[in-house]
Every structure is written in structure tokens, then in C-alpha cells.
Design a protein around this ligand. Structure first.
Ligand SMILES: [Zn+2]
Length: 287
């Protein structure tokens, strides 16, 4: 059996309003857990994972991409060190090599990089021309007719090319998608959020995505205002954290600029981060 390889792929940073990120939690409580600037903006990563299983090369999420206007007020696209294509290349991969793209959901900061414009900006293209794109059926429906609450997060140019495409695979239930990747579906952040769990040499690595976007949002009552159904997020986080603790999973934070991964411990207050580390420290990619 071919060995599995995993790479962290950074994509452009975004800046999120601290108030929105931490919801009803007052700033005096969160300010020591996550830095913000003079405009109350928090620098956030949009981290992707690449999983090479030999016959399948899977990318999880694709960041904001290059289609959007850099001047959009609260978002700061820092493309320099965080270019998806350059970071794939650094690890020896080309966009053509990707066989599967898992889009956890279709909010612009997760799927923007999956499509790009041609050189003179007249045509949309798939950034990964040979890949199938996996999205939950519930999320797909939600994105096609968005509610007012989420409307600004869905950009028509991120979805257009997928409509009617044979590359689109809609996922209806929790399932094993590839040899090493299991998919779980959650609905509190948005309808049909996918959380991929990777079996890496008998250790599970969960890509928490927007279920727990940053380490500081592990406590059950710490809920982001971006979540459409906060009470459901609490229940989902509780189940997910209990199961992840039992299984000694590694949690990967997609949006946490400062904390990439952690494992979990049980405390009197609930499940919390135990060791915080970079993904590289536990991944040994054999060549
Ligand atoms: Zn989201």
C-alpha cells in the first residue's frame, strides 16, 4: 500500500472583525486569546490540506482565491507568501495533479480558489482541471438559493462553473470518500458543512474547518457570530470534541493564524486544547 502524505497549504490571509469572530463573547474576555488590530480586525489563516494517497491527490478547501477585489474593506488578501499554486509547487504538485477537491462549504473564503479567471478575465476556469469537486448536497442547495443571512458569503462566480458540471459530486451522508478520508456533515455553521477526518498512519487528523475555526473557539459557549444556528453548533461541537478526545484525534484549525493544530485533554470545564503544535511536527512524509 502506498504511503499517505499530508501537506499544509497556506492560502491568502483574511481579516475578520473580532466582534463577528467571537459573537457575544465580550472583548475583555477574548482579547488575550486572539490579537486584533486598531480596527478590531483579527488576522486569520485560510489553511488547506493536501492529502496524497498515491492514486488520489486530494485538496481540502481552496481559500479565497484570486478573483476578488483586494479593496473589499475588511478583507486583506495577502497573496505573497500564501499563494495556493506556489505552495502546491513548493511541495512538488501542480494544479493538474489534484484528483479531488473537497469543499467544506461554499462561503467565499473556502472555495474562492477552486475557480479562477483566464488571463484577460473574460472566462472562468477550474483551478484544478482534472479534479472532481465534492460538496454536500445540503450546502449546494443552500448556495444556489442563499438566505439573506449568508447571501454575502456566496459569490456567484464561485459557483457558476459547477452548475450542471460532471465534476460536481454531491455528498448526502457521512461517508468514507477515499481510502483514508472520512467525511462528517454538520449544520450549525451553515447547512451541510463537511468535516474531513484523515486516517494518517493510525492517527486521526480532523480538519475542523468552520466547526471550530480557531483554537480559542473550543469552549462550547464560545460561538462565532458567523454561525447560522448557534445552539446547534454547541451540540455539534460537544459531540465532535468528545469523540475527538476519545479517539485522540489531532485537530487542524483552518483559520487560526497562530495555532495550527492541537490534541485534546479533559478538564473540569470541558474538553480543551492539550499540546499545540505545527502539523509538520507530526507528519513524516516519506519520499
Ligand atoms: Zn464559513
Amino acid at each position: 500500500m502506498a504511503d499517505i502524505k499530508i501537506f499544509k497549504i497556506e492560502t491568502p490571509l483574511i481579516k475578520l472583525d473580532g466582534g463577528a469572530l467571537f459573537g457575544v463573547i465580550p472583548k475583555w474576555m477574548w482579547k488575550n486569546k486572539y490579537p486584533s488590530d486598531e480596527n478590531n480586525l483579527c488576522t486569520c489563516a485560510t489553511r488547506s490540506l493536501l492529502i496524497d494517497e498515491g492514486d488520489r491527490i486530494v485538496l481540502i478547501d481552496a481559500g479565497v482565491g484570486t478573483k476578488h477585489d483586494k479593496d473589499e474593506l475588511i478583507y486583506d488578501f495577502d497573496g505573497a507568501d500564501n499563494d495556493l499554486e506556489i505552495n502546491l509547487q513548493k511541495n512538488g504538485y501542480k494544479p493538474e495533479d489534484i484528483t479531488d477537491v473537497i469543499l467544506t462549504h461554499l462561503h467565499y473564503d473556502h472555495c474562492g480558489g477552486a475557480l479562477k479567471y483566464n488571463e484577460n478575465k473574460t472566462k472562468l476556469l477550474f483551478s484544478f482541471p482534472n479534479a472532481n469537486y465534492h460538496i454536500s448536497k445540503l450546502q449546494w442547495k443552500n448556495a444556489l438559493s442563499p438566505n439573506y443571512r449568508e447571501r454575502a458569503s456566496y459569490k456567484p462566480e464561485n459557483i457558476e462553473l459547477l452548475i450542471g458540471s460532471k465534476k460536481l459530486n454531491l455528498i448526502e451522508n457521512n461517508k468514507r470518500l477515499t481510502k483514508n478520508i472520512e467525511i462528517k456533515i454538520f449544520n450549525g455553521h451553515t447547512q451541510g458543512l463537511l468535516v474531513p477526518i484523515i486516517n494518517y498512519k493510525n492517527r486521526e487528523i480532523a480538519f475542523a474547518g468552520d466547526l471550530i475555526p480557531i483554537l480559542a473557539l473550543i469552549p462550547l459557549a464560545w460561538i462565532s457570530a458567523f454561525d447560522v444556528r448557534p445552539l446547534e453548533v454547541i451540540e455539534e461541537k460537544e459531540d465532535f470534541l468528545n469523540e475527538s478526545y476519545e479517539k485522540n484525534r489531532i485537530i487542524v484549525f483552518q483559520h487560526d493564524y497562530y495555532n495550527e493544530c492541537c490534541d485534546l485533554k479533559k478538564t473540569p470545564k470541558g474538553i480543551r486544547a492539550n499540546n499545540v503544535f505545527k502539523l509538520e511536527t507530526i507528519i513524516k512524509n516519506d519520499n
